[in-house]
Design a protein around this ligand. Structure first.
Ligand code: PA5
Length: 466
């Protein structure tokens, strides 16, 4: 299936014709087409509420401001540190890995397109200290990102950074901090106003995991010299493809439908396996998108459904030597998505040598490009022969346009899967539960009742602690 030169989807290995009893027959697929049609209609009707769908089209002015800000950061600071978590961190990490040098931060300054980038998406104290060991606070700018403006992890990081900068720089310290948050709601917008922080907004109706293509992801990308207009252009082109109601012409819809049918058949694990280091963290970003959007207890009518597919991150070829054994011979509970590229951005020739050992010398004269592609083909083949469903998404090349397209593709695929499952793909009550418990444990005002509830949790049985 062609998604017009941006991505190519091949779902042969999902079909019974290729993999036998664990595959989907043409008739079975056809029986789901009316349902897919209804879901496609719902996608059109609900589009006005899915504000993330407009991001490729409505940000010309924001892009200008982001590029100006990025130029200022690049010109004045060696390091750019993102403070954020979940949807406020995984996109920036994935895009940076995809589009910049694989050892970007280690390159000498003159070989980099911008400041070094650190995305701090945890509150491990060792990590905070480690960060402070490698950045020069006096030459660093910080981007605190939180849509809700209240996430404990991010606010704790902000408190630390405020304190450090104040102590080190005095006076103008707040000018080092850029806030990205909701325009009206939350604590960060209040702090931003009070301290006159440079601020970008997460548009209304754009949830964390759907926010990479707004200032959440675009500022860090621009600071690192990535062409954010091209990212958005690729997403806009993908929007055209993804607006096609016919699943046979809309790869995102088809991929969602195949996953949906697979879930119905007990394939509750979705493995994302890129064969490119540049796409390695796309799996992390996808894992959040897929898990948090589709892992739901209730359907839209309030009925218990307990649905979702557990995402697993793998990397080709690395994980051929750790996980593929399980994929080929373990339980029939997975769908593997291969992410490949037609043309890698560099070529590396394998020199000839060891001619007296033919088992090694056969590699000489090939390229690493041929080797990695052969390994992807071989793994797809092995899974097919073992009757395991998989499909592949291929980028002609990793560029800002194809990455913008890929992000948008996965977002539409997820939203469409939500429609098929008849759940709300855009909330996350399960995450909220954990956030509330943390607030209570750390004494946030207004959480006394929750604190009581936690105190009264059943005591641990020492018999089960060794
Ligand atoms: O997708 C989501 O909504 C979440 O994963 C959030 O991105 C995450 O919890 C961080 O929230 P916030 O940006 O409000 O700090």
């Amino acid at each position: 299936m062609e998604t017009q030169t941006l991505l190519r989807i091949d779902f042969n290995n999902m079909m019974a014709e290729a993999i036998g009893e664990h595959g989907i027959t043409e008739e079975e697929l056809a029986s789901y087409l009316p349902m897919a049609k209804t879901a496609a209609r719902a996608m059109v009707e609900k589009r006005p509420s899915m504000k993330w769908r407009e991001l490729p089209h409505n940000q010309a002015e924001v892009v200008k401001q982001l590029n100006e800000c990025a130029e200022y950061v690049r010109g004045n600071f060696d390091d750019f540190v993102v403070l954020g978590i979940g949807g406020s961190a995984l996109g920036p990490i994935a895009v940076q890995q995809a589009l910049n040098h694989l050892h970007y931060n280690d390159l000498p300054k003159e070989k980099r397109n911008g400041s070094r980038l650190f995305v701090e998406d945890n509150v491990d104290p060792e990590r905070m200290n480690a960060l402070l060991d490698v950045i020069d606070l006096e030459r660093a700018a910080f981007n605190v990102i939180t849509k809700s403006g209240s996430t404990s992890e991010t606010m704790a990081q902000l408190l630390i950074v405020f304190d450090l900068l104040k102590e080190r720089l005095g006076g103008d310290y707040a000018s080092r901090i850029i806030a990205t948050t909701d325009e009206h709601k939350g604590n960060l917008i209040k702090i931003a106003g009070e301290y006159n922080l440079k601020t970008f907004h997460v548009p209304d109706g754009v949830g964390g995991r759907f926010s990479e293509l707004c200032p959440v992801g675009l500022l860090a990308a621009a600071v690192c010299g990535i062409d954010i207009s091209a990212l958005l252009k690729g997403a806009a082109r993908m929007d055209e493809v993804c607006s096609e109601p016919d699943v046979y012409r809309n790869g995102a819809y088809m991929a969602a439908l195949l996953q949906y049918i697979s879930m119905k058949r007990g394939k509750n694990i979705s493995v994302m396996m890129p064969y490119a280091d540049s796409l390695k963290y796309m799996s992390d970003w996808y894992a959040q998108l897929w898990a948090e959007s589709l892992g739901k207890r209730f359907d839209l009518s309030g009925k218990d459904v307990f649905v979702g597919q557990t995402p697993v991150k793998a990397l080709g070829v690395t994980d051929q030597h750790s996980q593929v054994q399980l994929y080929v011979e373990g339980p029939f509970d997975k769908v593997v998505t291969f992410l490949g590229v037609d043309e890698y951005r560099s070529t590396y020739a394998i020199p000839r040598g060891f001619e007296h050992i033919p088992d090694v010398s056969f590699l000489g004269g090939h390229t690493l490009n041929e080797l990695i592609k052969a390994e992807q083909e071989a793994t797809e083949y092995a899974l097919m022969r073992a009757g395991r469903p998989s499909f592949s998404i291929t980028l002609p090349k990793v560029t800002p346009e194809t990455i913008g397209a890929l992000l948008y593709f996965f977002e539409v695929m997820t939203a469409f899967a939500g429609e098929l499952l008849s759940i709300n793909a855009f909330d996350q009550p399960g995450v909220e539960g954990g956030k509330q418990a943390t607030y209570a444990l750390l004494g946030k005002p207004g959480f006394d009742e929750k604190r009581e509830e936690l105190k009264n949790a059943p005591a641990k049985n020492p018999r089960y602690i060794i």
